[in-house]
Write a protein that binds this ligand. Structure first.
Ligand SMILES: [Zn+2]
Length: 295
């Protein structure tokens, strides 16, 4: 197979753009710097019909005051970027506004816009975007003003990392993050109170707070928001019911096996959890721990 046969060919539209300025302020000393020539940059752009490559002619400037030579920066192209700014905007919006997983954004952009940045590149754009936001001044005042008055508080565990988070469950887009705090190990009552007190200080004053049946919540909630109603999470309550039903279903099944304990079928003797449940039902013991996701 020749080298030519191993290449993929794609129809591409080339658009020529000029960003040619007679003079610009020096990017070091701000003195006027006149054009001494031109250079060319290339960048991918989004398009609905075909792959588009921009061929951008830019002016090159030399500052007489400090001797610095620099290229004119087009406003639609970041320094050293190979994608136009609106490609970055489309990728970031896919993640932060549409809720897409980062790994799926490249496929979407390739299908709809004829560009396919790498997953690593998209993650870098998202990191830069999130770093540009100040949670305390940009996000928190907005989320406080928009709070519905209902708050869900829960934890997520992954190994030794625990994240305690509070969300508004009736925001138009679904669960809206109101606040969170990371811990190592388990979350106790004092740590719950610390997060909630921080939200109260920010202006959150819910009428109702929903949490699971863990013992770490009632006193912390009563201390921070004494007038708020404390609602048990229906999913956690439903899990207790299904676990109890599972024990009832498994018990006669076990007695029907050879060597089964007949005394359990009639309700006598100690109730034992089904074999497929090695942890106590949530809310009934030390197994009230959520792993990997919030319920
Ligand atoms: Zn200069």
């Amino acid at each position: 197979m020749s080298d030519a046969e191993t290449l993929n060919h794609t129809t591409c539209t080339i658009r020529e753009v000029r960003w040619d300025q007679p003079s610009l302020p020096c990017d070091r000393c701000q003195q006027p710097a006149h054009r001494i020539g031109t250079a060319t940059r290339t960048a991918s752009d989004v398009d609905l019909d075909a792959s588009v490559l921009l061929a951008v002619t830019i002016s090159v400037h030399r500052c007489a005051a400090c001797g610095h030579t620099f290229r004119a920066p087009p406003p639609f192209l970041r320094p050293d970027a190979i994608y136009r700014n609106r490609v970055v905007t489309a990728a970031v919006r896919s993640v932060f506004q549409d809720g897409m997983a980062v790994r799926r954004v490249a496929t979407r952009l390739a299908r709809d816009c004829w560009v396919r940045p790498s997953e690593g590149m998209i993650r870098r754009w998202c990191t830069e975007y999130s770093a540009s936001l100040d949670f305390a001044t940009d996000y928190l005042p907005w989320v406080v003003g928009e709070c519905s008055g209902i708050l869900c508080v829960d934890e997520v565990y992954q190994g030794q990392l625990a994240v305690l988070l509070a969300v508004d469950p009736v925001a138009p887009e679904g669960d809206r993050l109101v606040g969170y705090q990371r811990f190592r190990g388990s979350v106790d009552q004092e740590e719950v109170a610390t997060l909630l007190a921080g939200l109260r200080a920010a202006g959150i004053d819910p009428a109702e707070v929903i949490a699971d049946g863990a013992a770490r919540y009632p006193r912390a909630l009563a201390w921070v928001w004494p007038t708020a109603a404390h609602q048990r999470c229906l999913c956690h309550e439903a899990r207790r019911v299904t676990s109890a039903v599972g024990q009832i279903i498994v018990r006669p099944f076990r007695t029907s096996r050879p060597g089964g304990r007949a005394s359990c079928a009639g309700g006598h003797g100690p109730a034992r959890p089904p074999r497929w449940s090695r942890t106590p039902p949530p809310g009934l013991g030390g197994g009230d721990r959520i792993s990997g996701r919030r319920n």
